[in-house]
Write a protein that binds this ligand. Structure first.
Ligand SMILES: [Zn+2]
Length: 389
């Protein structure tokens, strides 16, 4: 994508341009560091912390068997022994298959309708659920509240425009699981496509203090039913007191995304989208237009770097791909008009909003200090492996 605007709001934006010699992360992440070989800290973290702890092959198979047994045993006598948050994307679709046919579990499929899902994603969900004979529950987020929070986020001028949707999905899933006594939450998170966590300045945490502060400042409709879950509630009450466990089964199987896509297509008539996260109109436009245009952040750098690290893409292929627009400019414009219309504002008003001065999470109340302490503890305990900054 051509550099239309220099990232504003980034604290260290006068830094000399540098790109990692191993992956494609660069100084558009203002806090990136490089070693003497020119390799970035994400790469070092992958080789030092993630790879040595990644149980694949026979070890992974045994581990998956052990976990499956544990989940089945804990869920004896219950209608469901686990819950899966399903988006219709490749990760969660494959997870449903693994859970039912490999782990022999009885999962409840949980979906969230934020108002932005593409038909292709909805069709994927329906196909998989039907073919695997699973039960599904869909939580529909109140559109007035969703819309109000999203407009508040745009007015706040922060990069994290996907946070309202993300929070609704994550909070809704955990709240529903706990309310219905389902202890095991299976997630499609995996090292193969997500071993690099995007920098905090690009994608901030599910921080309820921050979300509420933005809504307090810019919102107009009270959030009465919008799913909410603070980090304290999730990490403390749900995890420590009520024993909720998050399991990521895809880390224990060989996960080659392209092969899996072909498998899902053949087995379930599943359909692919151009990009892993493009199952949703809003996300497509937010990642493919808003972030690169307003902040200079191109999330494809994170996705491609991941693929380079796990060996499913070469650095040359990634660099070539990065020269192209994330998706066709005509479609970007159409999406922008569609989103403005759906949010109930004119395109001109929306564009004016987008062109306001950039802000970060540090401009609002947040729990970043607490999150850092929590993550430090989790990393020391060996529970959290990914770099976090
Ligand atoms: Zn790197």
């Amino acid at each position: 994508m051509p550099k239309r605007i220099m990232p504003r709001g980034v604290k260290d934006n006068h830094r000399k341009y540098q790109i990692c010699t191993n992956c494609v992360m660069d100084t558009s992440d203002s806090r990136i560091t490089f070693n003497e070989k020119g390799t970035c800290d994400f790469c070092s973290d992958y080789f030092d912390n993630i790879l040595p702890n990644w149980k694949q092959g026979i070890v992974g198979k045994d581990e998956l068997k052990r976990i499956s047994y544990q989940i089945r045993k804990a869920g004896k006598g219950k209608k469901y022994d686990c819950i899966i948050g399903m988006s219709g994307g490749v990760d969660s679709s494959y997870l449903c298959y693994i859970a039912k046919n490999i782990m022999h579990l009885r999962p409840l499929i949980y979906c969230v309708d934020t108002g932005w899902n593409l038909n292709v994603a909805v069709e994927n969900i329906e196909r998989i659920v039907k073919a695997l004979d699973l039960d599904m529950y869909t939580e529909v987020v109140d559109w007035r509240e969703m819309r109000d929070l999203q407009i508040a986020f745009f007015k706040a001028q922060v990069p994290y425009q996907d946070l309202p949707q993300d929070h609704a999905i994550f909070a809704g899933l955990y709240n529903y699981a706990m309310k219905n006594g389902i202890k095991y939450v299976l997630t499609g998170a995996n090292n193969a496509t997500e071993c690099i966590r995007p920098p905090i300045e690009w994608v901030y945490q599910n921080d309820l203090t921050f979300i509420k502060d933005i809504h307090r400042k810019f919102g107009t409709v009270p959030l009465k039913t919008f799913p909410m879950c603070s980090i304290l509630k999730y990490r403390g009450y749900y995890t420590c007191l009520r024993g909720m466990k998050r399991i990521a089964p895809l880390n224990f199987v060989k996960y080659d995304k392209e092969k899996v896509k072909r498998f899902l297509q053949k087995e379930f008539g599943w359909q692919a989208y151009e990009n892993k996260h493009y199952e949703n109109v809003f996300t497509r436009w937010y990642e493919g237009y808003y972030l690169p245009y307003k902040f200079g952040y191109d999330k494809r750098r994170v996705y491609f770097s991941n693929e380079i690290l796990v060996g499913t893409l070469t650095r040359e292929e990634a660099l070539k791909e990065l020269e192209q627009d994330p998706y066709p400019p005509k479609m970007q414009q159409e999406d922008k008009e569609y989103i403005a219309k759906k949010l109930g504002i004119s395109t001109t008003e929306f564009e004016r909003m987008i062109d306001g001065p950039n802000k970060t999470f540090e401009d609002y109340k947040n729990s970043w200090g607490m999150i850092q302490i929590g993550t430090m503890i989790l990393r020391k305990l060996g529970i959290e492996k990914k770099k976090f900054r």
